[in-house]
Design a protein around this ligand. Structure first.
Ligand SMILES: NC(=O)c1ccc[n+]([C@@H]2O[C@H](COP(=O)([O-])OP(=O)(O)OC[C@H]3O[C@@H](n4cnc5c(N)ncnc54)[C@H](OP(=O)(O)O)[C@@H]3O)[C@@H](O)[C@H]2O)c1
Length: 294
């Protein structure tokens, strides 16, 4: 029987509705959650991402500041803008869209954001809290969204073997840190694979939960997957598709059609992990605003 499809759009819609409710309750207490999305330069894909994040914040009833800076902005200028946002009481969450132009060091920028407003969860303080299992930090949106997808799809994680392909700071590493924690939505035995992993298939074929974040279109095929495994495809690769209206389409890292015949549950691309990333950004922002009440 083909795998059940995990509907990320439907789950993300519920998460966003919950964030909107919490946002209304906060506004009634005089605090309207505010999200600042900063884009430096005019990369078209980044412009689309930042606009959709700002729009989602507005739809959730939040104050949304979409700050666009020219490509030639200096690092010092960007840092002063971040300082202003750090001390702006209307703003509870700050997100700087990556990649940045080459004159700006991304690590310096991420470290400048107030950890209490770091709704992307990339500041070393939040990275450390995640690893330590402290619950008062911010968890990066994509891994947090994947964990929620698993929970909402009824996947029991304790004791399971979770194999992650990819060790980036935004997906693979925080995903591993999340799934190894001692709680009912984690407690997995985690393996992280990367380009130096020998015999990738030996690892993937042993996974009860396989999370793929490699950025390699259709790299995971049916023979790499254990029958009955849950497969989460993070990949969003734009590939040529002469048959489509725009000549390209989004392709995941998983060969969906073949893997669907082996897995028990699978996320599609698009419509799986992607919508959860924005939804978790809304949750993190509303949480940042709620934290000002404590
Ligand atoms: N849906 C969403 O919301 C969302 C969010 C973030 C990212 N993404 C997508 O997820 C994918 C990964 O993103 P990322 O930022 O994590 O990418 P990244 O920084 O390029 O990292 C890719 C990781 O995959 C590993 N890798 C690449 N090829 C491999 C191979 N053949 N075998 C084993 N490991 C391999 C790399 O290993 P090394 O470390 O050894 O190089 C690296 O750790 C991309 O398609 C991206 O667009 C989607």
């Amino acid at each position: 029987m083909p795998a059940e499809i995990i509907d990320g759009r439907a789950i993300a819609k519920r998460v966003r509705a919950d964030a909107a409710q919490r946002s209304i309750r906060l506004s009634e207490r005089g605090i309207r959650p505010g999200l600042a999305v900063v884009l430096v330069g005019d990369d078209p894909a980044s412009a689309v991402y930042t606009s959709s994040k700002a729009k989602a914040a507005e739809e959730a009833g939040m104050y949304s500041l979409n700050l666009r800076l020219p490509a030639e902005t200096s690092e010092d200028d960007l840092l002063s803008r971040i300082d202003e946002l750090n001390s702006d009481a209307r703003i509870h969450g700050i997100l700087v869209q990556m990649p940045l132009p080459k004159q700006i060091d991304p690590d310096t920028v991420l470290r400048r954001i107030d950890p209490g407003k770091d709704v992307d969860g990339f500041h070393p303080v939040n990275v450390g809290k995640l690893l330590l299992g402290e619950r008062d930090g911010f968890i990066p949106c994509t891994p947090a969204g994947i964990q929620l997808l698993l929970k909402e799809s009824g996947v029991r994680t304790p004791g399971k073997s979770c194999v992650i392909i990819g060790r980036s700071n935004i997906v693979g590493k925080p995903m591993a840190a999340l799934m190894m924690q001692d709680n009912e939505n984690a407690n997995c035995t985690v393996t992280v694979c990367h380009r130096h992993t020998t015999d990738l298939q030996a690892h993937t074929a042993a996974a009860d939960i396989l999370i793929v974040a490699a950025g390699r279109p259709r790299m995971v095929t049916a023979e790499m997957v254990k029958p009955g495994a849950v497969v989460i495809d993070v990949g969003t690769n734009r590939v040529s598709d002469p048959g489509s209206r725009v000549g390209t389409r989004l392709q995941g890292d998983v060969d969906f059609e073949s893997v669907r015949e082996v897995a028990s549950k699978i996320t599609p691309v698009p419509g799986g992990v992607g919508p959860m990333t924005i939804a978790m950004l809304m949750t993190n922002t509303v949480r940042a605003a709620e934290m000002t009440l404590r």
